[in-house]
Design a protein around this ligand. Sequence first.
Ligand SMILES: Cc1ncc(COP(=O)(O)O)c(C=O)c1O
Length: 387
Amino acid sequence: MKKNRIRLFKPALSNKEIFEIKKVFSKSWVGYGPKVKSFEKMWSKFFKVKHAVGVNSCTAALHTALAVNKFKKGKKVLVPAISFSASAAVVIYCGLTPVFVDINKDDLNMNFEDLKRKFSKDCVAIIPVHFGGHPCHMEKIIPWAKKKRLTVIEDCAETCGGIYKGKKLGTWGDYGCFSFEEKKIMTTGDGGMIVTNDEKKIKNLRSFSFHGWDKDPLLRHKKSLSKSSGKINHWDYDIKELGFKYNMNDLMASIGISQFKQINWLNNSRSNLIKLYMTQLRNCKNIKFTFPYELRNASYWMLSIRCKKRDQLIKYLRKHGIASSVHLKPLPLLTVYKKYKSKIPNALKTWKELVSLPLFPELKKTEVKYITNIVKKFDQNFKNFKK
Ligand SMILES: Cc1ncc(COP(=O)(O)O)c(C=O)c1O
C-alpha cells in the first residue's frame, strides 16, 4: 500500500451539499430565514418532538437550554468528569457550579451510583453526555432525575439519530442538544440544534438565541412586505431579557438539510467500519475497546481503544501516517476546572489509556485494514515499547 496519511475525522461532503447551497445563493438569502425553518421542521418530525431550534453550535444549544430555566445563581449542575469542555462551561456561563460525576469503568459515561452520591439538594440540573455516541443509562437516570426534580439536558453533540431502548437519544430528557461542528456525525461547518417538548420555554429558547428579541426576525421581515400591516408597526420589537447571537443561518441550514437526508448512511457507514475494527483487533492482548459497542440502531462518532502504553502507540501510529488523538482529559484536570475538584477515580485512571483511531463515513476498508495491521504489530511487540 502506498504511503498513508489517514485523517482522524473527515466530513462527508459532496455535490449534494453544493446543490442545496446553490439554492440559497440563487435567492441571495444566506442569513436567518426559511431554510432554517425547513431544517427545524425536518428535525421535529424525525425526533417526533414539538419543537426544534437551530443554533450556531451545540455550546449555544446547551447554554440556551440551561439559561432559559433561570436557576438561582450558585446552584449546582451534575456533569460527567470526562466530556468536551462545553458541557461544563455552559454551567459556569449561567452562574452555576459544575459537580463532576465519575464515569463507568466500561464506557466513558456518567456512573449512576456516583451520580446518586454526588447529588445534593442544591442540584438543579443534570447534563448526561452520550460520549462518543455511546448511550448513557437513561432508563435509570430519567426516573431518578424526575424524583429529584432535576432538569435533564442531554448533550448529544457526539450522536445523531441513535436509538436506545426504543427511544431516540435526545428525546429522553427535557432538552436534547446536538452539534454540527465539522467533525461530528453530520455537519453544517459549525451549528447545533435543540429539540424539546417544553411548550412553556419555547418562546424563551427562540428569543434567547436571537438577542432576547420578543419578535421572530423572519416574521418581522415578512410583515414588512405584507399589504395589510394593521395597527402594529412591523418593525417594532422589545428586549425584556438579554439574549445571545446564537441563531442558525440559511447557509448552514442548506448544508444541514442535505446532510440530514443522509443520516442513515452517515451512521451505518461508521457502524460498519467499527465492526471491521472489532473483527480485525479481536485477538489483541493489549488493546481493548473503550465502549461495549452496540451497533444496532447506533450513532457512534468515535472509534476509541484503550492501551496501557497509550503515548507509545500514538507515536507509532504517527510514524505510520495514521492520525490519532485522546478524547478526552478529565475536566477537573484542566486549570479552569481545578477548583471544582471531585472524587473521580475511574476517570483519572481510564483517560491515561485512551486512544481515538480514524473514523469517518468515507474511510476505506483497506485503510481500516492498514490501521489495524499497524495496531496489531504494536500489540505483538508490546513488551519492546518502553514507557
Ligand atoms: C460532548 C460535547 N459537547 C459539546 C460540544 C460542543 O459542540 P460545538 O462545537 O458544536 O459547540 C462538543 C464538541 O466537540 C462535544 O463533544
